[in-house]
Unconditional design. Structure first.
Length: 184
């Protein structure tokens, strides 16, 4: 069976077809949510909720309009955005408290390891310091391997807007790496 047939079967309540699709896409959606949220527990919830939407709304998927991966990333993207918005106030309050306790720290401290190797922890912290839309565009493009057109579909943006977000994210990365290099 191909994906379109599996989706039709899922819409009819076929558990085996759902298991095939879930087995293929759960790890992909989970990695995406983890990179966006940097919270394993929340990412697992997002990935599971995305698959629940697949189960409940499979009949809404139109293979003529988009690929299944794009549709699932769109669902996960929206759920990550909702999660971020719901928790933004909590994060802002904790950041404010942290800043008042340590007043000489005006921005998120992200420093490169002493040996100048950029490791996974540094990248995760740097990704989290980006504005959400830039982070989503970057993760979808470089980690999830979606084209700019697909990223635009997921985020509800045009290709030029996606390209602009990517340019700003890469510029921010170059500036950040330059600051960290200057500090060492």
């Amino acid at each position: 069976m191909n994906e379109a047939q599996d989706i039709e079967a899922i819409a009819r309540g076929d558990h085996i077809a759902f298991e095939r699709i879930a087995t293929r896409y759960l790890p992909i959606i989970l990695r995406y949510a983890q990179r966006i949220l940097d919270n394993s527990s929340a990412a697992e919830d997002i990935a599971q909720e995305t698959l629940i939407v697949l189960w409940l709304k499979a009949e809404q998927f139109n293979p003529a309009k988009s690929q299944l991966t794009t549709w699932l990333h769109t669902i996960a993207h929206n759920k990550c955005t909702d999660y971020w918005r719901a928790h933004q106030r909590v994060m802002t309050l904790s950041e404010s408290k942290s800043k008042s306790e340590d007043s000489h720290n005006d921005h998120l401290e992200v420093s490169a390891p002493a040996d100048s190797e950029v490791d996974g922890q540094y990248i995760r912290k740097w990704l989290q310091s980006l504005p959400p839309r830039q982070r989503h565009a970057l993760v979808l493009t470089y980690y999830q391997s979606l084209s700019n057109k697909e990223v635009g579909e997921v985020m509800g943006l045009g290709v030029r807007a996606v390209e602009s977000l990517l340019v700003r994210a890469r510029t921010a990365m170059k500036e950040r790496l330059g600051e960290d290099y200057d500090r060492s």
